[in-house]
Design a binder for this molecule. Structure first.
Ligand SMILES: Cc1cc2nc3c(=O)[nH]c(=O)nc-3n(C[C@H](O)[C@H](O)[C@H](O)COP(=O)(O)O)c2cc1C
Length: 188
């Protein structure tokens, strides 16, 4: 089992092209329960999840549009659809964010790290049930306006938008892995 699990982890890939079906509510419960076993300093459970699907994805598309408008002067309204469509690249999008609290022993960054660990567990959980996913973010994720549009507290920190569905192809080509320069042993 342990070797199989390492192979499974080793073969994880992001899937940019995703179609229906996406996970059911029951499948999401399984995945998010498993993801909630991420390492968590202080047991704060800082992860929060919102699943966007169907027309609900327009709310996400709105953040791309509002961000673009804030970046580009006089962006014509005709461009709006192209930004809204970004949220329709998959049948579901999981917003994962950290609900940060002030804590004497757990700094904010560690709370974000715990949610990041949970996000990686979500990717693996999705793959385990045969779904594909792609973790995305971008500058629109890091503004107060976005938090407000999505109904988050200003202190919440978005960790990712995980696009979810069934990949075009189930065949996985393992990516080349190179640890060169990444690992150092200190033995004395
Ligand atoms: C926090 C975070 C944010 C990311 N945001 C984006 C993104 O906005 N757009 C993108 O193309 N890839 C993004 N990626 C990278 C992809 O999820 C993916 O890891 C990358 O394309 C490499 O593919 P692989 O996961 O199959 O190795 C992000 C990854 C992380 C961890």
């Amino acid at each position: 089992m342990s070797k199989d699990f390492l192979t499974f982890m080793r073969n994880r890939v992001s899937q940019p092209k995703l179609n229906a079906p996406a996970p059911t509510k029951e499948e999401w419960d399984e995945i998010l329960e498993a993801a909630s076993r991420a390492a968590d300093h202080g047991g704060l459970k800082p992860w929060r999840f919102k699943v966007y699907e169907g027309e609900g994805r327009k709310k996400l598309g709105e953040i791309y549009w509002q961000h673009a408008k804030s970046e580009v002067d006089a962006l014509p309204e005709e461009k709006k659809d192209s930004f809204i469509k970004k949220a329709f690249r998959a049948p579901q999008v999981l917003l994962i964010y950290a609900n940060i609290v002030e804590h004497p022993k757990v700094p904010n960054v560690e709370q974000v790290m715990a949610v990041s660990a949970a996000a990686q567990q979500v990717l693996l959980g999705l793959n385990a049930l045969g779904f594909g996913a792609m973790w995305r973010s971008g500058p629109a994720c890091f503004t107060e306006r976005t938090n407000s549009l999505l109904g988050l507290e200003t202190t919440d920190q978005i960790v990712g938008l995980i696009y979810v569905g069934t990949p075009d192809t189930l065949s996985i080509t393992p990516k080349h892995v190179d640890l060169e320069g990444c690992v150092e042993w200190v033995s004395e």
